[in-house]
Design a protein around this ligand. Structure first.
Ligand SMILES: Cc1ncc(C[n+]2csc(CCOP(=O)(O)OP(=O)(O)O)c2C)c(N)n1
Ligand code: SF4
Ligand SMILES: [Mg+2]
Length: 292
């Protein structure tokens, strides 16, 4: 990564103005990410954004990098394939909490344990935003929504605890109302060699009237301001991820470790990315004939 980048955050804008509701937490994520790209010295063509379906997924049109709008719940498998095809690219997958903790929950767990060198940002607004306010797997028990008129009956999914239990090598949480801190987290996550997960508390000002900016601001507590906290202590990270939210909501890096990458075990990409291999002179007929 080249620190002497002369790009500015606005160089990562496309010609399309974001269509998110005024005040939506997605703006904070978008701004923080652009700043992180600049501080890391990244150029537009060095980055691939892979998006799920949801309000966050509309970012496909607003962030000027390579981009792929995947199916609902499938951002991570697409990001995985793209990274393995061209591991020189910085791949950032982005998806909603419904996408990542619901329909895509299986991919989340397995991508954590594989430790592929990519970053996953969950736009965690604790609701299905795009489909106008149904309960998500992250919605608190008892919350009344369009799809749960008598209140949610289950306990919510805890994305940080899942990432820790599944072996992710970088696990963090940010708040889209604090873009300075969030942008620093994104930079650390992208710089990390391995799978980095950032759960972003992202107020949905239109459909989530409980988890507002004010509600978060009263509870947020930065782990890195606690001198006794070590991001190398997995047991402590797990404990903090289960902190009673009515008292405090920890943000910052919960856990980070260095461990072998999935890519390190792939001989095919040892010398150069898969996309740079010349395949013109390979005759696949021999292989295909085995199946006839
Ligand atoms: C396979 C599939 N199932 C359902 C949908 C309908 N759908 C579109 S967005 C969405 C929920 C989005 O919620 P979330 O992932 O939290 O994103 P947000 O809009 O809140 O950012 C659903 C259920 C779909 N597009 N595809
Ligand atoms: S519905 Fe919610 S998440 Fe979607 S753009 Fe509006 S405020 Fe943002
Ligand atoms: Mg959501």
């Amino acid at each position: 990564m080249n620190k002497n980048n002369n790009l500015k955050p606005k160089d990562f804008n496309t010609h399309i103005k974001p269509t998110w509701c005024t005040g939506c937490g997605n703006y904070g994520i978008w701004n923080a990410l652009k700043k992180a790209f600049v501080s890391l010295g990244l150029k537009n063509h060095q980055i691939l954004g892979v998006y799920g379906i949801g309000c966050s997924g509309n970012g496909t049109n607003f962030l000027k990098t390579y981009a792929f709008h995947a199916l609902h719940g499938r951002a991570l498998p697409v990001a995985t394939g793209a990274k393995l095809a061209n591991h020189k690219l910085h791949v950032v997958a982005m998806a909603g909490d419904g996408d990542g903790a619901g329909i895509g929950g299986n991919h989340f767990m397995h991508t954590c344990r594989r430790n592929i060198n990519l970053t996953y940002i969950m736009h965690d607004n604790r609701v299905y935003g795009l489909t106008t306010g149904q309960a998500a797997p992250t919605t608190d028990r008892g919350t009344r929504t369009k799809s749960t008129p008598s209140g949610v009956l289950e306990s919510p999914v805890n994305p940080i605890a899942i990432a820790l239990a599944s072996g992710a090598s970088f696990v963090a949480r940010g708040f889209s109302g604090d873009t300075k801190h969030l942008s620093g987290l994104f930079s650390e996550a992208i710089r990390h060699r391995g799978f980095s997960f950032v759960d972003v508390l992202q107020p949905c000002v239109t459909f989530n009237k409980k988890n507002t900016y004010e509600w978060y601001r009263k509870r947020i507590d930065n782990l890195q301001e606690d001198q006794n906290y070590s991001k190398k202590d997995a047991a402590e990270a797990f404990k903090r991820s289960n902190q009673d939210e009515e008292e405090k909501i920890p943000i910052g890096i919960f856990y980070q470790e260095e461990k072998p990458l999935y890519e390190d075990g792939l001989k095919q990409i040892e010398r150069k990315p898969l996309v740079d291999h010349v395949i013109n002179d390979i005759d696949i007929n021999k292989l295909l004939n085995n199946y006839f």
